[in-house]
Design a protein. Structure first.
Length: 295
């Protein structure tokens, strides 16, 4: 029986998600949430629509639009965020396209809930930086969290810089967030930061090769951290040593590399921040310990 209402199309979409076995995790972690999101966006309906919207009958033109969207998502494996040209971190919306990795980060919970406790005077933070900024999303979260601070946003990809510029403008932060096209700090003027934050490429190259098709649509350089995943992290640790204020902190999100990090950088006595799902994949290093490190 051909789907008629939005609710029918949601059930139809979920069945197709299951049949095709598409990869999730870039926008939502389950088929229901991603399919509903795409249906609402395709039909130009509010994301906070009342559940009664599921009884709405689709027009012939809307059915064509929905079929086209599902074909692109499920058959061509185009990530949902690239179809809608948007992604969310909490309450904040960001423009995204194939030039940048789709925003997803545990810093969404760590910045507002845990970061201030590691700073002597959070209200007086003057200068922070997001290294490997991609779409600029974490630099923007930092700017919102530290409303009096200057924020640097660093990325090696000129394409990513272009997308970040769009988001910085959309969030009306062009006066406070400065973009730098640079390999870590190579081309960034010497500044002492209160906070250095990074969600760098950390997937081992061999793991990148085996990722589902959806993730191959994302820029490889935003995912691939070299043979063991630590190439960019090693460089960041070396360069951050002289970039922090005495009271400053460095935070790095490392995915599944906790054990490798603890082994190689045992002398840094990494502190792993708690996350709600227990992954605890963001480490914190205080400036004094980093300066004393012999690595």
């Amino acid at each position: 029986m051909r789907p008629v209402t939005l609710g029918d199309w949601l059930k139809h979409a979920m069945a197709r998600y299951k049949k095709t076995g598409v990869a999730l995790g870039q926008v939502a972690t389950n088929a229901h949430d991603e399919a509903l999101y795409l249906l609402l966006r395709t039909l130009a309906l509010p994301l906070d629509s009342d559940p009664s919207v599921l009884k709405r009958k689709l027009t012939a033109a809307e059915i064509m639009a929905v079929e086209n969207m599902l074909q692109r998502r499920l058959d061509k494996r185009i990530p949902a965020a690239y179809l809608t040209r948007e992604a969310f971190l909490g309450e904040y919306r960001f423009y995204v396209d194939e030039r940048v990795i789709i925003p997803r980060s545990y810093f969404l919970e760590i910045i507002p809930q845990q970061l201030d406790a590691w700073l002597p005077a959070p209200a007086k933070v003057k200068h922070v930086v997001d290294v490997c900024t991609g779409s600029g999303c974490l630099a923007i979260l930092l700017a919102h969290h530290f409303p009096k601070a200057k924020v640097d946003a660093v990325d090696l990809s000129p394409d990513a810089i272009d997308v970040a510029r769009i988001n910085i403008k959309n969030h009306k932060l062009t006066r406070r967030v400065k973009l730098h096209e640079s390999d870590v700090f190579d081309a960034v003027p010497k500044v002492k930061y209160d906070v250095i934050l990074s969600n760098p490429p950390y997937e081992p190259s061999a793991h990148c090769d085996k990722l589902p098709a959806e993730f191959h649509n994302e820029p490889r350089m935003a995912l691939d951290g070299g043979k063991d995943g630590l190439d960019i992290i090693r460089k960041l640790l070396r360069q951050a040593r002289d970039r922090l204020q005495p009271h400053g902190v460095l935070l790095i999100e490392v995915g599944g590399l906790q054990r490798a990090m603890d082994k190689e950088f045992a002398a840094l006595d990494l502190y792993w921040m708690h996350t709600a799902d227990g992954s605890n994949c963001v480490c914190l290093i205080q400036a004094g310990r980093l300066r004393a490190w012999k690595g």
